[in-house]
Design a protein around this ligand. Structure first.
Ligand code: DOR
Ligand code: ZN
Length: 347
């Protein structure tokens, strides 16, 4: 049984969905990810979004400049899809060698998504170019219709947007990001091998009670919002299935404490400080530690057509009490599982 394992050595993993922000705040959080992961897909939803290859190249350089000098961490950049993204911009992105995907935010769905897509049809020429050159589309899969209940927004998105999209572009590589429902798991399983999904630690470890029972818990609030227990169980089954369609993407999304503990608190959970320990905890609870390496270190690279990493990391079964605060620019943030104890420690 897995409880007898005291050390777990994995091919060095990658984070296929990460927010690091920019400037002084980025400089204070990037090291957490660089310590755990070889590479990360960097989300483009800055206040002024990364809508061109030139912006992505400059943002990448700022990240590299903020890393410790001995770091080999590689930021994998993305473009922010808008109604106006041109096929020419897609080919510039593909040819740049530094942009690895394009992110779809439905306008208004989440943090800094106001420049996002208003109608998918407006992006069809860009999507056709991506399908042709093999640049993946990363999808924030929630409808924004105010009439749709927030807990149903992913399921309705699948029916109204994603199914038609996969029919229109059958060869487009799609990563359904941070999936939160059994409906999303089923959709991914029923789709071709060009459709995969990332799963966050919070959606594996928590259900919506963690956000709402005993008071409001703003530090467990993210988008898509935590769902009921049956959905969490479906996500654990998918992540630990050993199926290559499901891989690691933390969606670590830093916000200062005051922006979370507010009358209108921001969506986003910071998990980069102990990402692998969180996943190890979830996989161990499912009795599936042997499936962690594929999920964390192999399947994402394979899907993106990138080489697997050559180095390794080791997790040890040694208790650690997680920090209560993390520096975030000139403020602090409250990280995931603040002050709680985990059974695993990354060496
Ligand atoms: O919780 C979230 N936070 N979900 C997102 O989609 C965006 C992210 C952020 O940028 O803070
Ligand atoms: Zn995200």
């Amino acid at each position: 049984m897995s409880t007898s394992i005291t050390q777990l050595t994995l091919t060095r993993p990658d984070d296929w969905h990460l927010h690091v922000r920019d400037g002084a705040t980025m400089a204070t959080v990037i090291g957490h990810t660089a310590r755990q992961f070889a590479r990360a897909i960097i989300m483009p939803n800055l206040k002024s979004p990364i809508i061109t290859t030139a912006l992505a190249q400059a943002y990448r350089q700022r990240i590299l400049d903020a890393l410790p000098t001995d770091s080999h961490f590689q930021p994998l950049m993305t473009l922010y899809l808008t109604d106006d993204t041109s096929p020419g911009e897609i080919s510039r992105a593909k040819n740049s060698g530094v942009v690895f995907a394009v992110k779809l935010y439905p306008a208004g769905a989440t943090t800094h998504s106001s420049s996002g897509v208003t109608h998918l049809q407006k992006t069809y020429s860009a999507l056709a170019a991506m399908e042709a050159c093999g640049l993946p589309l990363l999808v924030h899969g929630e409808v924004t219709d105010p009439a749709v209940d927030i807990f149903d927004r992913e399921k309705i998105f699948i029916e109204q947007q994603l199914m038609p999209l996969t029919q229109q572009f059958p060869d487009l590589k799609i990563v359904f990001e941070h999936i939160t429902t059994k409906d999303a798991v089923d959709f991914v399983l029923e789709s071709g091998n060009n459709v995969a999904a990332t799963i966050t630690p919070q959606h594996l470890l928590l259900n919506r009670n963690a956000m709402l029972v005993g008071g409001m818990h703003p530090h467990n609030y993210c988008l898509p919002v935590l769902k009921r227990e049956t959905h969490r169980e479906a996500l654990v089954t998918a992540a630990t299935s050993g199926k290559a369609k499901f891989f690691l993407g933390t969606d670590s999304a830093p916000h200062a404490r005051d922006a979370k503990e507010s009358a209108c608190g921001c969506a986003g959970i910071f998990s980069a400080h102990a990402a692998l320990e969180f996943y190890a905890t979830a996989f161990e609870r499912a009795g599936a530690l042997d499936k962690l390496e594929g999920f964390a270190s192999h399947f994402g690279a394979d899907f993106y057509g990138l080489p697997r990493n050559t180095g390794s990391i080791t997790l040890e079964r040694r208790e650690q009490t997680l920090v209560n605060e993390v520096t975030f620019g000139n403020k602090t943030l409250v990280p995931f599982f603040a002050g709680k104890t985990l059974a695993w420690t990354l060496l």
